[in-house]
Design a protein around this ligand. Structure first.
Ligand code: PGA
Length: 247
C-alpha cells in the first residue's frame, strides 16, 4: 500500500472568477472525501477567506506567497498574519515565478520566519533553471535550501514542506516533466542536503507538470511525499483525474 501523500493545488492566477473558485474548491472537497491523500488548495489571495473553511476543514488552504514585512506601512503586501487570519494553514514561499520577479534567497529566508511566526507551514520551492553537464545545478539547489533555512530554528526546519520544482519542467506537459528516475535522484540529493540541517525527515514534494498521465509513476518511482500541482489543479476534471490516478 502506498502511503498518503500531500497534494497541493497551486491555482496560480488561472482561476479568476469567484464562481469558478467556489466550484473548483467544492470539487476538491468531494475528492478529498474519497482519497487517502491530503489535498490542499492554494487559490489567489482574495479567495483565501472565502474558501478556507474552519479548523476542521478537510481541505486546507495555502497562500501562494507571504510578505517579508510584519504588516504596517507596506501597501500591497499580504502579511503572514493576514494570511493566517484568512484561514490558511500553509504558505507557498519562493516559487520560481516569484523568484523570476526578483525574489532573492535572503528575502525568502525572511518570509519563512514570518510564516512560522504567524503559525503557517511554509512550502519552500526550490529548483534549478536548467541542467548543465557539470551538475552545478546541484549546488544551486543546495544554496537555495541552505540559505532559505538560515533564519529559522532547528525545530522549524523539520516542519518546512519542501517542493522540488525544476523550472524547466514547470508549465509543460507530462512528457516534458522530470522523469520519475530523475525525481527519485533529486529526492535523495535533497535529503542529503537536509540531513546535516536536521531536516532529513521533512516532507519533500515534486512539482513541474504533474498531470494525470505521469502522477502515478512519479508517486511509485519518484520517492516523493507528494506533489505541488500547477495547471492540472486549476481544471476540475483534470485534477479529479490526477487524484484518481494516484488513489
Ligand atoms: P505546473 O506548475 O504543474 O503547471 O508545471 C507547478 C508549479 O509551478 O507549482
Amino acid at each position: 500500500m502506498m502511503k498518503a501523500m500531500l497534494i497541493i493545488g497551486n491555482w496560480k492566477s488561472y482561476v479568476e472568477k469567484k464562481e469558478d473558485a467556489k466550484t473548483l474548491a467544492a470539487s476538491v472537497k468531494r475528492l478529498a472525501g474519497k482519497t487517502k491523500h491530503k489535498l490542499v488548495i492554494a487559490p489567489p489571495a482574495p479567495y483565501l477567506a472565502l474558501l478556507a473553511g474552519d479548523k476542521r476543514a478537510l481541505v486546507k488552504t495555502a497562500s501562494q506567497d507571504v510578505s517579508d514585512t510584519a504588516g504596517g506601512a507596506a501597501t500591497g503586501e499580504i502579511s503572514a498574519a493576514t494570511v493566517r487570519a484568512a484561514g490558511a494553514s500553509y504558505a507557498i514561499i519562493g516559487h520560481s515565478e516569484r523568484r523570476a520577479r526578483g525574489e532573492s534567497d535572503a528575502l525568502i529566508a525572511d518570509k519563512l520566519v514570518r510564516a512560522f511566526a504567524a503559525g503557517l507551514i511554509p512550502v519552500l520551492c526550490v529548483g534549478e533553471k536548467e541542467r548543465d553537464a557539470n551538475a552545478s545545478y546541484l549546488q544551486t539547489l543546495r544554496t537555495q535550501i541552505e540559505s532559505a533555512l538560515t533564519k529559522i530554528t532547528p525545530k522549524e526546519r523539520t516542519k518546512v514542506v519542501f517542493a522540488y520544482e525544476p523550472v524547466w519542467a514547470i508549465g509543460k506537459t507530462a512528457a516534458e516533466a522530470a522523469s520519475p528516475r530523475d525525481v527519485a535522484e533529486m529526492m535523495l540529493y535533497i535529503k542529503k542536503v537536509l540531513a546535516p540541517l536536521g531536516a532529513e525527515k521533512a516532507t519533500v514534494l515534486y512539482g513541474g507538470s504533474v498531470e494525470p498521465a505521469n502522477a502515478k509513476a512519479l508517486m511509485k518511482e519518484g520517492g516523493v511525499s507528494g506533489f505541488l500541482v500547477g495547471h492540472a489543479s486549476a481544471d476540475q476534471k483534470t485534477f479529479a483525474a490526477l487524484v484518481a490516478a494516484v488513489s
